[in-house]
Ligand binder design. Structure first.
Ligand code: SAM
Ligand code: DTB
Ligand code: SF4
Length: 325
């Protein structure tokens, strides 16, 4: 049964279970609701990098921190489509374009992004964007251009949010997510662990996600990638057991969501990633780069899939399954 009324005590009861018991339960839920042999393969591309006015304490792209990210303005459509074609050839079924913007503005750059969305949609890939805040009209325009999903993370609990970002509020985030949902787009929304938050903060974020009237279709769980020059550069490395606990809890709370083992794989062994899949993760970002930081190569991931007996999930699967024969 899919529930949207989880209390914090319910979440705590799951999150605090003995780890192997938690993994066992999550694996059972995963098996009941999803094809456990399948993992969605998504590729990210940063179509506009760096120079962002926001102050997200984890982010290499915030203009105010001195990181060695190479900034560039909006890429040309043709170049973006070439990257998408390469990703498709390597087995990705979702292509996600990220821009270091605070929010979308109604200008020529946005018109170009809409053209990119149309182009990639025509290649029979699920198209996702993460462009910062959107108003209702912009969300509708993206949907009309063929966008499949919009990524907009809550990152952490509402209580801890102000420690990490001061240039926008949690309510701003929720408002964009509402605009996305109302435009008929699927929602990709998750967070980051390792920002200095408590276990309670993690549970609260999971409660917020799992009590949305409709669960996000994808829930990225990112481990902080520590970047020299950002305020969080000196944070300790995220413990694998924390990652597993987070993924397993998300899987139990939101049985049908694609739970994505997102940032942080570069620092994980194959065995550690296998534990995450066991705990219910069924999506990854593939390709040598996330937005600005390294990620395992397509070849390494092919080898991992072969070793673990996993296969990539086809594009638009949910939609295909619900179309009457
Ligand atoms: N600017 C837009 C925004 O913030 O919504 C879109 C791009 S932003 C880079 C997308 C997401 O990447 C952030 O919400 C955050 O969750 C994640 N992210 C950024 N830097 C990260 C890091 N160093 N480690 C882990 N995740 C990170
Ligand atoms: C998400 O949750 N993680 C991705 C994607 N959504 C946009 C981004 C991870 C970024 C990691 C740091 C970087 O490569 O810049
Ligand atoms: Fe800008 Fe997004 Fe990075 Fe925040 S996370 S600084 S909004 S690019």
């Amino acid at each position: 049964m899919i529930r949207n009324n989880w209390t914090l005590d319910d979440v705590k009861e799951i999150y605090d279970m003995p780890l192997l018991e938690l993994v066992f339960r999550a694996a059972a839920v995963h098996r009941e609701y999803n094809d456990t042999g399948e993992v969605q393969v998504c590729t990210l591309l940063s179509i506009k990098t760096g120079g962002c006015p926001e102050d997200c304490a984890y982010c290499p792209q915030a203009a105010r921190y001195h990181t060695d990210v190479k900034t560039h303005g909006l890429m040309k459509k043709e170049e973006v489509l070439q990257y998408a074609a390469k990703a498709k050839e390597a087995g990705s079924t979702r292509f996600c374009m990220g821009a270091a913007w605070r929010e979308v503005r109604d200008n020529r750059d946005f018109d170009h992004v809409l053209e990119m969305v149309k182009g990639i949609n025509a290649m029979d890939m699920e198209v996702c964007c993460t462009l910062g805040m959107l108003n209702a009209e912009q969300a509708r325009k993206l949907a009309a251009a063929g966008l499949f999903a919009y990524n907009h993370n809550l990152d952490t609990s509402s209580e801890y949010y102000g420690e990490i970002i001061s240039t926008r509020t949690y309510d701003d985030r929720l408002q964009t997510l509402d605009n996305v949902r109302k435009a008929g787009l699927t929602v990709c929304c998750g967070g980051i662990i390792g920002l200095g938050e408590t276990h309670d903060d993690r549970m609260k974020m999971l409660q917020t996600l799992s009590t949305m009237p409709e669960h996000p279709e994808s829930v990225p769980v990112n481990a902080l990638v520590r970047i020299e020059g950002t305020p969080l550069a000196q944070q300790p490395k995220v413990d694998i057991w924390d990652m597993v606990r987070m993924i397993a809890t998300a899987r139990i709370l939101m049985p049908k969501a694609m739970v994505r083992l997102s940032a942080g794989r570069q620092e994980m062994s194959l065995a550690e990633q296998a534990l995450c899949f066991m705990a219910g993760a069924n999506s990854i970002f593939a390709g040598e780069k996330l937005l600005t930081t390294p990620n395992p190569s397509f070849d390494e991931d092919h080898a991992m899939f072969a070793m673990l007996g996993l296969k990539p999930r086809e594009a638009f699967k949910e939609a295909k399954e619900t179309v009457p024969a």
